[in-house]
Design a protein around this ligand. Structure first.
Ligand code: NAD
Length: 479
């Protein structure tokens, strides 16, 4: 493994490019500067648009089998380079090295799934009167402008690049400036695998400048974004002015309903371990726990104990179970939410205060008995914070789960088939998982309802956004 952080560059039209301006990349474990991310100028963006237009011409006429071959070659290189990629991710994001490796694997799985599935994007022939055929084709939509966030530096850009490139589109992706190395490694693998120039273009810069410049361009035929609901709405408004479709994966505030037929200790331990994953900076992170009264105190106690035993530290230390938060904004958000909940009468059962003052470390924080007006109950914490409240019935739990404008992931713990069915039917969310806190795998569709977004990534549904439907009516003679 080469233990250095990469010399980051833009990737436009098949070439690497340095820029006059750059931004520092900070290691959240010690706040040191580990690299410089290039800032694209307008002229770099114009070049990316022209390159993507040319790339689309070539790639959309390349057979799905050949496209798949190149994607799989690039993915094999990413798997070979897993330790290097994971090391860069831990340096820039802070997550434990083992979790960074798992993220690289997940990113590769997205590519592998889409590379296979894109070969099965069948059209159909519609039954018709003699002498005419109606044939439905799925065609790649064109150039995609994509924006990926900092919480999963590799797997977030993978979803979007995989969908676009497998479908025959070209893509300009603006990956996260705070965690740029994951996307950089993906571009490097595709370059080395022989992807034609212009199919994949990677830029960084000032997010609002890049999105407001690219989205209105006529070459851009789809806007794909993952991030906060506020930014998603803003980008959707820009896109709507140009009738450009969007794929939006936005915020969540995942409810977890714990029924009194399960072992509260087992459910609490599973939940506390999951809460620590990625330091809770996951849109599907289990957050609002609604626990039936009979097992409530046992659940809270076991959750708090497990939370307190979580080893927080530098992600490069083998013993670390949870790294720092990714940036200082998350520390401020955690502190503000804890102070507000405390003032409103919540019990702080574990954590609640920043650890040290160098590096953005914050422990798994467990708050119990929060009133409904505590900010954390309706603002996505996006950090290692669990909010636990008792409920007297399943109906009450479902009502509370559905009370927010979010609807991304939701979870339930129960061994009753009847309860599981009620949760699956009654919760307003894009995914409902029972007795597991895994919200999605590459083969399943992932996305939100209500203000959690629009569209799905993954599964057979994921590719449909990157394609348009064309009907061809073909009469066999002119008369
Ligand atoms: P933020 O709302 O400023 O930014 C969220 C993401 O959007 C970042 O990646 C940012 O670079 C990007 N962004 C911001 N303005 C943009 C613009 N005008 N055009 C294009 N991209 C833009 O907040 P933040 O402090 O970076 O992150 C905190 C919040 O973001 C969290 O509370 C969470 O709700 C959300 N978030 C969600 C996900 C997710 O996986 N759904 C990932 C990261 C952040």
């Amino acid at each position: 493994m080469t233990k250095h952080y990469p010399d980051l560059m833009l990737y436009i039209g098949g070439s690497w490019r340095k820029t006059a301006d750059s931004l520092p990349v900070i290691n959240p474990a010690d706040e040191s500067v580990i690299g410089a991310v290039p800032v694209a100028s307008r002229s770099d963006l114009d070049d990316a648009l022209a390159a993507a237009e040319q790339g689309f011409r070539v790639w959309s006429r390349t057979s799905p089998a050949v496209r798949s071959e190149i994607i799989l070659k690039a993915t094999a290189l990413m798997r070979e380079r897993i330790d290097d990629i994971a090391h860069s991710i831990t340096l820039e994001h802070g997550k434990p090295f083992a979790q960074a490796r798992l993220e690289v694997v997940r990113g590769c799985e997205f590519f592998e799934w889409d590379a296979a599935e894109a070969q099965r994007t069948y059209g159909r022939v519609i039954p018709s009167e003699p002498g005419i055929r109606y044939i439905v084709h799925h065609q790649p939509i064109g150039t995609v402008a994509a924006f990926s966030p900092w919480n999963f530096p590799m797997s977030q850009p993978s979803r979007k690049i995989a969908g676009a490139v497998a479908s025959g589109c070209s893509i300009i992706i603006k990956a996260a400036e705070e965690t740029p190395a994951g996307a950089f490694h993906i571009a490097r693998a595709f370059h080395d695998a022989g992807l034609p120039a212009g199919v994949l273009n990677l830029v960084f810069g000032v997010p609002a400048d890049i999105s407001s410049y690219l989205i209105p361009k006529p070459q851009v035929r789809l806007v794909a974004f993952t991030g906060s609901t506020a930014v998603g709405k803003h980008l959707t408004e820009i896109a709507a002015r140009h009738m450009t479709p969007v794929l939006m994966e936005l915020g969540g505030h995942a409810p977890v309903i714990v029924c009194d037929d399960v072992d509260p200790v087992a459910a609490a331990i599973t939940s506390a371990v999951r809460k620590a994953r990625n330091a809770g900076q996951v849109c599907t992170s289990p957050t609002r726990f609604f626990v039936q009264e009979k097992i409530y105190e046992d659940f809270v106690k076991a959750f708090a104990e497990k939370a307190r035993s979580t080893v927080v530290g530098n992600g490069l230390d083998a013993a670390t179970q949870m790294g720092p938060l990714a940036n200082h904004r998350r520390i401020e958000a955690m502190e503000a939410l804890v102070a507000d909940a405390r003032a409103k009468g919540a019990r702080v059962m574990a954590g609640g205060e920043r650890l040290g003052n160098r590096g953005y470390f914050f422990p798994v924080t467990v708050l119990a008995d929060l009133p409904g007006d505590a900010r954390a109950m309706y603002e996505e914490p996006f950090g290692p914070m669990a909010l636990i409240n008792p409920v007297s019935s399943l109906d009450e739990a479902i009502e509370k789960a559905n009370a927010l404008p979010f609807g991304l992931a939701a979870y339930g713990f129960t061994h009753s088939a009847a309860n599981a069915d009620r949760l699956a039917e009654g919760i307003e969310a894009g995914t409902v998982s029972i007795n597991t806190l895994e919200a999605s795998v590459p083969a399943t569709p992932f996305g939100g309802v209500k203000e959690s977004g629009y569209g799905r990534e993954g599964g057979i549904e994921g590719l449909t956004h990157y394609m348009t439907v064309k009907n061809v009516s073909h009469r066999m003679s002119i008369a």
